[in-house]
Ligand binder design. Structure first.
Ligand code: FUC
Length: 806
């Protein structure tokens, strides 16, 4: 959005809803230190992460670097696999899925330990690991018992990406400020007091393993090399810490830095790894030096300005925000009893955007299962990239919440698995193109997982392509389209090469495959996961072939391939409705041992796909609804997040809101719950449990989906808005080719602004309860020509327009 338009927009929005859009203070806050990691606020700058617990006597700050992975590159493709493919398919076509699965277990899994059953830190697959723990010991000159603080507050400003802790102790007011600088790429912590000579600290750093510390002059260093699962020569890292003390005395000794009687102290921590960076030792030295050259106030300002360039691109107000006076942990508790707190959803929406901004950066990596934040050596599920929902959900808010520049790390991750995935396609399927199975990591893993029940899913790579394509639809950027085209084409070629004719139906089917992680009961009473053509595969491949057909047309290339895809698409199995009225998850109507299974894979075509909509395919939408009902209102964190989006696509705002209420249920569960433990930790991290960030992003997308939809070929305002959000506004939200803003009162949209990011023709659905739309032309409002419930707006790139409704 250009500057001029942004200013105009802010002025017009200010006028339009000054009554309820009182500047919201977007913050999380607490009246006590964090008693566990999931209560700590999360700081990050796309690479470096820090989670301070705000302890008064002792403070722990958990540190992360998005690139810090154990493991290494490996060849996990099982060389003999393809030999078994005909026999596996034969068994599947004979209905002997259990036998096929047994055979696959012996022949069609990865070579070696695979993901290490989700504990891969010491095997070649590796794990995303905690960088370290920074310890601060505070000495107040009074004994620990009298060191009871009053007026304690821990807060985190979403608008500034700065955390603060403050308290009064023994008559002195102490303040701490922390941020991971978007400017100098260094963690900066500032400690101050309202009296002189009051800051006394000892600082040290460690991690659970593979580290040594050293003092080089007054610089405290921690360095090490991680396990790679073969020869111990895995990734190297270093952290460097220096302190600037104002007044007082700084000493260094025995692995600690100590400050006595200072008036103020600023701590600087730089870190780097050798992940694609041979200059990492110098890099951290340079970062540290450049951060320390600046005055604290200037460093803070530069950080806030850089961060806000991203954060300020989209806004949301949902009216009342009275409950912001409650500390965030108590606010969550209150929401379970009374969900009349529209401000919480608005806060959560921005929190999701904040987390995305902080956990990925162009040139680096996309957010992993925990975004950027991990506190152990073996992060749950290795903190990797799961391709059967998780990495995709992590990026659901990217386009609609106006953070298009954060697509690059995702694009790069995908681009980097094409080469290993081409080999995997050959070795397992003797096929052209490329494929990835259910998991990948920073080392380009594309082989199946170690158990076929989950590890043989192979349409995750088609789903990656859908994400790449969706970004094109939003940006309309032809250069980007040319870049992604070969990736999409390679993926389509793989499926074209591996689809086989189902002897019963004649349809072209995937075999072997599975409907992500779900089990069914065979007529023989045996359980199986492996099957032919689960519904999700058909939906994904239909969509992928469609994109390649369209893209090859737009790029005027590959006519022969286009023809083949057009023919193949006709032969894919259609979505089917079962006897009980539900959308079928498998080609056959199997009985399910777990009808409330967390994955809702067969509803992909409803969201994030767009093949099923209540308008275009009412029968299928009804069947999807029946499936969703049967899946129930419980689930893991990400499962609930997905359901919010699905209810929104079914235009059921109240049900989406009810699911949101369930999602916000406060929890402190740390272990694994694969069924119904989904909820929210005090720091607003999503609980799978354990913490898994996909639900944060999925719910952010879900909140957008309740207010704005554009997947149906037209823009619809307030498509699934719950009655509690009766007044509100948003700005800077994206639809294909444009940014839009809207204001509504009593559920009636009064004004919309549009800014074209590309030459675009938008079809807009008349909002509910309005009869007239007028567009601003040369300073005057003129009626728009409607056709039924719709009207068109044509804009050139960079143009803006305003529409008002009555
Ligand atoms: C998928 C899900 C699990 C978990 C894991 C990381 O396999 O089925 O619930 O989210 O990814």
């Amino acid at each position: 959005m250009n500057k001029f338009f942004r200013i105009l927009l802010s002025i017009s929005l200010l006028f339009s809803f000054s009554s309820h859009a009182q500047q919201q203070m977007l913050r999380l806050w607490y009246e006590q230190p964090a008693s566990r990691w999931e209560e700590c606020v999360a700081l990050g700058n796309g690479r470096l992460g820090a989670m301070p617990d705000g302890g008064v006597l002792k403070e722990n700050i958990t540190l992360n670097d998005i690139t810090l992975w154990s493991g290494g590159k490996q060849d996990a493709d099982s060389p003999e696999a393809a030999k078994y493919l005909p026999a596996i398919r034969q068994l599947l076509f004979e209905g002997k899925n259990d036998e096929a699965q047994d055979l696959m277990y012996k022949s069609f899994v990865c070579k070696g330990a695979g993901s290490g059953q989700g504990n891969g830190a010491k095997v070649p697959y590796g794990s995303y690991e905690v960088l370290g723990n920074l310890h601060l010991d505070y000495n107040y000159g009074v004994d620990a018992v009298s060191a009871k603080p009053s007026k304690y507050m821990r807060e985190f400003s979403l608008e500034e990406a700065i955390a603060r802790t403050s308290y009064t102790l023994d008559g002195t007011v102490y303040t701490r400020e922390y941020f991971t600088s978007f400017d100098t790429d260094v963690l900066i912590i500032r400690l101050t007091a309202d009296k002189l000579k009051k800051i006394n600290i000892a600082l040290s750093i460690d991690r659970p393993e593979q580290f040594k510390t050293a003092l080089v002059g007054d610089e405290l260093q921690m360095s090490g090399q991680l396990e790679n699962g073969t020869n111990g020569k895995g990734m190297q890292y270093i952290t460097r810490i220096k302190i600037k003390s104002e007044g007082g005395k700084l000493t260094a000794g025995k692995g600690t830095l100590q400050v006595k009687d200072a008036n103020a102290v600023t701590i600087y921590l730089a870190a780097s790894t050798d992940y694609r960076n041979s200059d990492f030792m110098n890099q951290s030295t340079k970062n540290l030096a450049s951060a320390m050259r600046r005055k604290y106030s200037a460093a803070k300002l530069a950080h806030v300005q850089k961060y806000q360039q991203l954060f300020n691109r989209a806004k949301l107000s949902l009216g009342s925000d009275d409950k912001k006076s409650l500390p965030t942990d108590k606010r969550l508790v209150a929401f379970t009893a009374d969900s009349n707190d529209p401000g919480l959803a608005a806060l959560y929406y921005q929190f999701g955007r904040y987390l995305l901004i902080c956990s990925t950066r162009p040139g680096l990596l996309p957010p992993n299962l925990q975004g950027l934040w991990a506190n152990t050596i073996n992060t749950p599920w290795n903190g990797d990239y799961h391709l059967n929902i998780n990495i995709q959900m992590n990026h659901w808010p990217l386009n609609v919440t106006n953070l298009p520049m954060l697509n690059e790390p995702f694009y790069s991750l995908v681009a980097n698995i094409v080469e290993p995935g081409t080999k995997t396609a050959k070795v397992y399927y003797n096929a052209e193109g490329w494929v990835a199975h259910v998991i990948t990591n920073v080392w380009g893993y594309t082989s199946p997982g170690e158990h076929p029940s989950w590890g043989s899913f192979n349409t995750g790579s088609a789903w990656l392509c859908q994400m790449l394509w969706t970004h094109y639809i939003y940006t309309q950027d032809k250069t980007y389209l040319s870049k992604i085209y070969t990736i999409l084409k390679g993926s389509a070629e793989f499926y074209l090469a591996t689809l086989v004719k189902d002897p019963d139906t004649g349809w072209l089917v995937t075999a072997p495959s599975n409907s992500p992680e779900n089990t069914f009961i065979l007529p023989s009473g045996k359980m199986a996961n492996v099957c032919v053509a689960p519904t999700m595969d058909n939906q994904l491949i239909r969509a992928l072939f469609g994109y390649v057909i369209q893209a090859s047309g737009e790029l005027n290339t590959d006519e022969a391939l286009r023809k083949k895809l057009q023919e193949a698409v006709q032969k894919l199995p259609p979505n089917q409705i079962g006897k009980d009225g539900r959308l079928m998850e498998w080609l056959q109507e199997y009985t399910e041992p777990d009808p409330e299974h967390r994955h809702v894979s067969h509803l992909w075509a409803l969201y994030p796909g767009n093949e099923i909509t209540p308008e275009k395919t009412p029968d299928l939408a009804k069947a999807a609804r029946a499936s969703l009902e049967k899946r129930g209102d419980q689930g893991t964190g990400w499962s609930l997040a997905w359901k919010i989006n699905l209810w929104a696509r079914l235009h059921d705002g109240e049900r989406a809101y009810k699911t949101l209420q369930r999602f916000f249920r406060p929890t402190s569960v740390q272990g694994f719950d694969m069924q119904s433990g989904g909820g929210t930790y005090a720091n607003l991290f999503c609980a799978h449990p354990p913490f898994q960030i996909d639900g944060n992003f999925g719910t952010t997308a879900g909140i957008s989906e309740m207010l704005l939809q554009s997947h149906n070929g037209y823009v619809e305002f307030l498509p699934a808005t719950p009655s509690l959000w009766k007044d509100g506004s948003f700005s800077g939200w994206c639809v294909p080719g444009a940014e839009v803003s809207a204001v509504w009162h009593n559920m009636i949209v009064s004004q919309v602004n549009i800014y074209a990011v590309a030459d675009t023709k938008l079809t807009i659905k008349m909002p509910a309860q309005v009869s007239k739309a007028e567009v601003l032309q040369k300073g005057k409002y003129v009626p728009v020509q409607t056709s039924g419930d719709f009207f068109n707006i044509t804009l050139k790139k960079g143009e803006t327009t305003t529409i008002r409704f009555q």
